[in-house]
Write a protein that binds this ligand. Structure first.
Ligand code: HEM
Length: 463
């Protein structure tokens, strides 16, 4: 067409394009991989022109990904993020333009390491509750980590984001916990349904009512916390260091956030900050179970830091010293990136390497596929944390579990500290082993990468 070059399109059906292939999340990773057999970047079509989410490109190409993530014109998120909007409003994850820029600037100081240092106590005390739970299992019963770990990360994010203990691990605040789960689930299901993406059809489904109910509980909870902390806040109260308190403090100065803006940012942390870390922790423990030699090295590192103390009070600087564990986490997030696909939307025509990406195109960056490219990671299916002991910094965009560029994850350091805190605690107390017969995870990219049959291991108390 006029010599304009577009990315190739894999075979699909005339009317529905590639939509039919992508109706189940469990096969999504396989389909993406299969589609990308014809090239590292391809065009996909989701249904006929009347469909709300129509066309897109899917890429695992290093250079294109670097180009996109470093491009100031490409910070708008793709259309499927709009399903999160009812919950997260214009929170940092989905806002764009000057509004995003302004909010990113306001929120960045809240993730300063001086603040994160203080959160280590929260990670540790929630971790102690988890350890108590884990002691209820022994070698004969497998533990499904998914539920237990998710309740742990919920406890952590609620206390750090809102300064409020919900004791999810002890079975309190079930309505809130359940609403978070329901919301995450229905949002994902919507993005992959041919019918539910239409608002008017969605109103007729049970999911819609489930969502409305969950939203009422979620928003109600956050607003209640904001209002009570706003009224009760004591000036210069050192103890109040939750994200919310910092934002309230900032709001008193020139950068005013309204109550609803505060609500949206806090809810965004609630969403982005618990499922992602839970996924990372579960898969890391699963990999450690499969690789006793790696686990032994992690354990030895703990001994070097703490001697024989099994339950030491762990500080920020202790966590900083866990260099090998950090490699384990990087390797886990390479093979199992918590956010396997991220999306962008073109607001103008983009030219890259002789190709045209039309205006109004959704771009899906396939992090999962990028991370398994043998050019950057020889024997890509193998779990080898040592790769990161001398990672080639010349190819920074080959490993981007936290994305990269302007819109990278604001919670990256927080997440690494939390994961290190809880995993080191578990490794000091237990030997992690595969179940018999060995549990095989079934990956499903539900916005966050999950295993639909759980993540099961067995635990043996160390002497
Ligand atoms: C292992 C854990 C985590 C992973 C793998 C992860 C990954 C990511 C990725 C890939 C993005 C980019 C999303 C996109 O472009 O659509 C992102 C953005 C974001 N993450 Fe995380 N995340 C993690 C933990 C956290 C935590 C703990 C928090 C908060 C406490 C957080 C808050 C955010 C926010 C607010 C954004 C939006 C940033 C912006 O657009 O300016 N994340 N994260």
């Amino acid at each position: 067409e006029n010599g304009r070059k577009y990315f190739p399109e894999p075979p699909g059906t005339i009317l529905l394009g590639h939509m039919l292939h992508i109706t189940s999340t469990t096969h999504l990773l396989d389909y993406c991989t299969k589609f990308l057999a014809i090239g590292d970047t391809i065009m996909l079509r989701f249904g006929p022109e009347i469909c709300p989410i129509r066309k897109g490109i899917l890429t695992k190409d290093y250079n294109l990904i670097e180009f996109i993530l470093n491009n100031r014109k490409l910070i708008q998120k793709s259309e499927n993020y709009t399903f999160l909007r009812k919950w997260l409003g214009n929170g940092l994850l989905i806002s764009d333009g000057d509004y995003w820029k302004r909010h990113r600037k306001i929120l960045t100081p809240a993730f300063h390491f001086e603040i994160l240092k203080k959160f280590v106590e929260v990670f540790e005390s929630a971790g102690d509750v988890l350890i108590q739970k884990l002691h209820e299992y022994d070698e004969s019963t497998s533990v499904d980590l998914d539920t237990l770990i998710t309740l742990y990360t919920l406890d952590v994010i609620c206390e750090t984001a809102m300064g409020t203990k919900i004791s999810a691990q002890s079975g309190h605040n079930n309505a809130y916990v359940e609403s978070v789960r329901n919301m995450c689930k229905t949002v994902t299901e919507r993005a992959f349904s041919l019918l539910k993406i239409f608002d008017k059809l969605y109103w007729l489904t049970r999911d819609y009512y489930k969502q409305q109910k969950a939203l009422k509980i979620l928003h109600g909870f956050t607003l209640k916390v904001i209002n009570s902390r706003k009224n009760r806040r004591v000036k210069n109260d050192e103890k109040r260091t939750a994200f919310l308190d910092l934002l309230l403090k900032f709001s008193e100065k020139e950068d005013v956030l309204s109550v609803s803006e505060l609500r949206e940012e806090v809810d965004t942390f609630m969403f982005e900050g618990h499922d992602t870390t839970a996924s990372g922790i579960c898969f890391a423990l699963y990999c450690l179970a499969d690789h006793p030699e790696v686990q032994e090295k992690v354990f030895q590192e703990q001994k070097e830091i703490f001697g024989d103390r099994k339950n030491p009070v762990t500080t920020y600087s202790d966590l900083q010293q866990m260099k090998y564990l950090e490699c384990v986490l990087k390797e886990t997030l390479r093979l199992y990136p918590s956010v396997p696909v991220i999306g962008r939307y073109t607001t103008e025509e983009i030219h890259f390497d002789g190709y045209v990406i039309p205006k109004n195109t959704n771009i899906a960056i396939f992090i999962y596929g990028l991370h398994r490219n043998p050019d950057y990671f020889p024997e890509p299916e193998m779990f080898k944390p040592e790769r990161f002991e001398n990672f080639n910094n010349a190819i920074p965009f080959s490993h981007i579990p936290f994305s990269a560029g302007f819109r990278n994850c604001i919670g990256q350091k927080f997440a690494m500290l939390e994961m290190k805190s809880v995993i080191s605690k578990i490794v000091r107390q237990f030997e992690i082993k595969p179940t018999t017969p060995r549990h095989e995870v079934q990956l499903s990219p539900e916005t966050v990468l999950k295993s639909i049959n759980g993540v099961k291991v067995t635990l043996k108390e160390r002497n």
